[in-house]
Ligand binder design. Structure first.
Ligand SMILES: Cc1cc2nc3c(=O)[nH]c(=O)nc-3n(C[C@H](O)[C@H](O)[C@H](O)COP(=O)(O)OP(=O)(O)OC[C@H]3O[C@@H](n4cnc5c(N)ncnc54)[C@H](O)[C@@H]3O)c2cc1C
Length: 418
């Protein structure tokens, strides 16, 4: 049964909504109703991280942490100074869930199952007295003249709420509700996707991973654009797939370039340095060493450096008309120059947006300037709080998106209870 009145209504039973409701209730506030439109609260938590839920990242310093948020960035220093990944680890430990760090810094539940994270949040909400209502979608919200909010849910049903938290993720209904309460919107665009390279011979190398690769993305831009002439750059692991490029460095690149890529119609040129940033002199040194020490070996059987994928090396030889059977001693200067240049600067034409990686988030949402980032309370409408992916904040892969949900949810919860 829906209540007629609630001290707080939280709309959206995802990571941010649960965190806000639990924290407010644990801090002593009663009468909290958490409305979830679907019958499966915490759905994204359950499907996240390939079913393992990458809860946060071992990046303990807020100054470094903000560098992982293409949207949000420096503005998040305040919120992260109050609730950072270390606090997330402690919060879950206090609620009976141990998080374990992987070598790349990502933190997962020890069980390796996202269900443990969802179960922890459900249990904490129940124990704190949060009333969860599933299959209840908030449809309209209006500020009442006497203070508080008059809420209508889909299919009928009205609630008077003293305060309202919008935690509706990337769902359009949350943006409409926020707009009706006076908020603007930074237009949503996809982030964290792969790049398509239709027809490129490189696609035959599907499955090849190179690490590190330096990527430089050149997009056609208006001459007066802020970044005109400046490429987006990333460095790290790249995976070649059947349709194009994926892997952490590609996803990071598309996250930081999400808006510019959208503006260019997902067309542009990608320049890859497979050597990860070796200078021309370094590479020529490696070639000279191979010619000297491996003179009798065929090119196919010896690569300039061991971490260079054999399949990639063979493809580059073929692409530049160099016979893989010839001996290193016989490699002509002209061919060596071609290969050095290809290893440092392979140019690919991006033909579109590829499928999403494991994680998918929306860039855009309610502008951060419209929210008090100490409390997550709206600057447009007193008593309204906005948390999670609904805001114009998104992080790269690695647990950063959930971290923002935990931080913003925690801040709202504390503010509601005071
Ligand atoms: C496949 C996938 C894997 C991911 N893996 C990771 C990961 O491992 N680590 C990481 O950090 N991030 C990951 N992300 C991103 C992360 O899931 C999101 O950033 C996060 O879930 C956002 O949380 P939220 O609470 O803001 O919104 P959501 O999780 O989207 O929750 C919003 C909730 O509100 C409900 N709702 C919407 N409108 C209404 C309404 N009008 N009334 C009532 N309820 C409403 C929705 O049904 C939904 O349940 C992943 C995303 C995807 C898609």
């Amino acid at each position: 049964m829906l209540p007629i009145h609630a001290a707080v209504v939280v709309a959206g039973g995802g990571a941010a909504g649960f965190m806000a409701a639990i924290c407010a209730a644990e801090a002593g506030l009663g009468d909290i109703a958490l409305l979830e439109a679907t019958t499966e609260p915490l759905h994204k938590v359950l499907i996240s991280g390939g079913g393992r839920c990458n809860v946060t990242h071992a990046c303990w310093d807020p100054r470094a942490l903000v560098g992982h948020y293409p949207r949000g960035g420096q503005a998040l220093r305040g919120p992260f100074s109050r609730f950072a990944p270390g606090d997330t680890v402690a919060w879950f430990a206090d609620h009976g869930l141990e998080l374990v760090e992987e070598p790349d810094g990502r933190l997962f539940p020890r069980s390796n199952r996202s269900e443990s994270v969802a179960a922890t949040l459900r249990r904490a909400a129940l124990q704190a007295g949060v009333q969860l209502h599933t299959g209840v979608s908030l449809q309209r919200a209006a500020a009442a003249a006497a203070g508080g909010f008059d809420l209508l849910v889909r299919g009928g049903g009205a609630i008077r709420a003293d305060r309202l938290v919008l935690a509706t993720g990337s769902h359009p209904s949350g943006r409409q509700l926020a707009a009706a309460l006076g908020h603007g919107l930074v237009a949503p665009v996809p982030s964290l996707f792969t790049l398509a390279l239709a027809g490129d011979p490189l696609l035959e190398l599907a499955g090849v991973v190179m690490d590190p690769v330096e990527l430089a993305l050149h997009l056609p831009q208006e001459p007066q654009a802020a970044r005109a002439g400046q490429p987006f750059r990333q460095r790290g692991p790249v995976l070649i797939t059947h349709w194009g490029l994926s892997g952490p460095a590609t996803l990071r690149l598309t996250a930081f370039a999400a808006r510019a890529l959208k503006a260019s119609g997902y067309r542009g040129e990608l320049r890859l340095d497979w050597s990860g940033g070796l200078s021309q002199q370094d590479l020529e040194g490696l070639f000279a060493q191979a010619k000297r020490d491996q003179a009798k070996r065929q090119l196919a059987n010896w690569r300039p450096w061991p971490a260079l994928s054999r399949r990639l090396w063979l493809a580059l030889l073929q692409r530049h008309g160099v016979d893989p059977q010839q001996r290193w001693a016989d490699l002509a200067k002209r061919h060596q120059q071609l290969l050095v240049s290809a290893l440092r600067d392979t140019r690919l034409v991006i033909t579109g947006r590829g499928p999403f990686g494991e994680e998918f988030v929306t860039a855009g949402g309610i502008p951060l300037g419209e929210v008090n980032l100490a409390t997550m309370e709206s600057r447009q409408q007193p008593g309204l709080y906005l948390v999670g992916e609904l805001l114009d904040v998104d992080g790269v892969t690695g647990g950063f998106n959930f971290q923002h949900c935990w931080s913003s949810g925690w801040l709202a919860g504390q503010a509601l209870a005071t």
